[in-house]
Design a protein around this ligand. Structure first.
Ligand code: HGY
Ligand code: MN
Ligand code: MN
Ligand code: MN
Length: 408
């Protein structure tokens, strides 16, 4: 196998040092010192793989290996190196480092491709800091809206200011946009982050489509009051009302096979033990492979929430943070990946992705394909996230065969 599995494994753990927490998890948000250090190390690896390296106007780190033909579209291999808070070692970096490994293995085997091959570490795929994910892939695909750069982090810093502080020029971010004719295909290797492959005893699988995330922030405003002196029927308790809404969200979502709903953040004001919460804010991450099912759930929970707040004389605002359409993977690339699996004597297995990925931004831009490798106990976004060295090597080998086929 052309892939140097040990080198891939070593680099995965070298990269994880930046943002490493005492828990063993990784916290590496976009436009921070630790992300800069991680980007610099990725650039070093890209150079070792013989690629020319640049950073575009969105902060995407891009390595490029030329093809034998000049003006032909490139095959892009991408993923991300930013993380969630206390995330794992593999979510994102596996895809970037496996892409570099594919190119390095080709160079070392003197394999030439007709099409150029590019490896991209996209800026801020997770959205952990600003609530807007996939900033780098949106910029490259030309789907980023200028007003989205005004989204703020928990300290009130906008994406634009954070970019400036990182030495980037947000008002020039449109320069990161690529023309569709310069891209032949986009492929990504990623950990599954679920239990499907593990339960099937499969090291790797081929993604059929990517569920679309809808992120919203809900603010319920009631009335702060004395916890002891206010009878239950005279309260405007924003937290109790929020909990009713959240309960309804769970019940409604469970009616749909592939739908998932997560309230990841919640906060109350003023936050005193003996004070009825006057204001409650929570986030909702709602996803489905089928956009119309996600829409049905959104309609149902929104109308329920508005009528409950009206009954209780409370106000409610729902702010949309990001709405990404579900993305189907290309049948042609899936067939290439299935062939690659067979060449590696792996029974091809297909599965949907509940997690979002940068490839979604290329939905209307170019054909996309994704390979998953098995996640131990399905754990991810957690310090215990784990995939074996062998499975990472297998995923990289499938990626190698796929890129070789697409770029030749
Ligand atoms: O949220 C997600 O699905 C991905 O981890 N960004
Ligand atoms: Mn993730
Ligand atoms: Mn990821
Ligand atoms: Mn991804």
């Amino acid at each position: 196998m052309a892939i140097n599995q040990a080198r891939l494994w070593r680099r995965l753990h070298e990269l994880s040092q930046f943002g490493k927490q005492t828990s063993g998890g990784v916290t590496r948000f976009s436009f921070t010192k630790e992300e800069r250090q991680a980007k610099d190390l990725v650039m070093t690896y890209m150079k070792e793989a013989g690629m020319t390296v640049r950073e575009d106007a969105a902060g995407n780190v891009i390595g490029r290996k030329e093809g034998t033909k000049e003006v032909v579209p490139a095959v892009l291999i991408g993923s991300h190196i930013d993380s969630v808070p206390e995330g794992g070692v593999f979510d994102g970096p596996l895809g970037v480092l496996a892409g570099i490994e594919v190119v390095q293995a080709m160079s070392e085997a003197n394999v030439e491709t007709v099409h150029p091959v590019e490896v991209i570490a996209f800026t801020d795929e997770e959205g952990s800091r600003f609530g807007l994910g996939m900033i780098g892939s949106r910029a490259l695909a030309g789907t980023l809206l200028p007003e989205q750069l005004q989204q703020i982090d928990q300290n009130g810093i906008t994406i634009a200011v954070a970019m400036q502080e990182a030495g980037l020029h947000p008002n020039e971010i449109n320069k990161a946009a690529r023309q569709p004719e310069t891209v032949k295909a986009y492929v990504e290797l990623h950990i599954e982050q679920g239990k499907v492959l593990e339960r099937a005893g499969q090291p790797a699988g081929i993604v059929t489509g990517i569920a679309g995330p809808l992120w919203t922030r809900w603010t319920i405003e009631g009335e702060a009051g004395h916890a002891g002196a206010t009878p239950m029927n005279q309260r405007k308790d924003s937290l109790m009302t929020s909990l009713q809404i959240i309960q309804y969200i769970e019940e409604e979502t469970k009616k749909y096979t592939n739908a998932v709903a997560t309230v990841g953040q919640i906060s109350v004001k003023p936050g005193g033990v003996n004070v009825i919460p006057g204001e409650t804010t929570f986030t909702l991450d709602l996803r489905d492979i089928e956009e119309r099912d996600r829409d049905h759930i959104e309609e149902a929970i929104t109308s329920y929430a508005y009528s409950l707040c009206a009954d209780r004389e409370m106000s409610i605002t729902i702010e949309e943070l990001q709405r990404v359409a579900p993305a189907p993977c290309s049948n042609e690339i899936r067939a290439v990946m299935e062939e690659a699996c067979r060449e590696l004597e792996i029974e091809p297995m297909s599965l949907p992705s509940g997690a979002g990925h940068d490839g979604m931004q290329f939905n209307d831009f170019c054909p996309i394909g994704m390979v998953f490798v098995r996640s131990k106990d399905g754990i991810s976004h957690n310090p215990d996230e784990w995939s074996s060295e062998e499975d990472c090597g297998t995923g990289a080998a499938i990626l190698y065969e796929t890129v070789l086929h697409l770029a030749t």
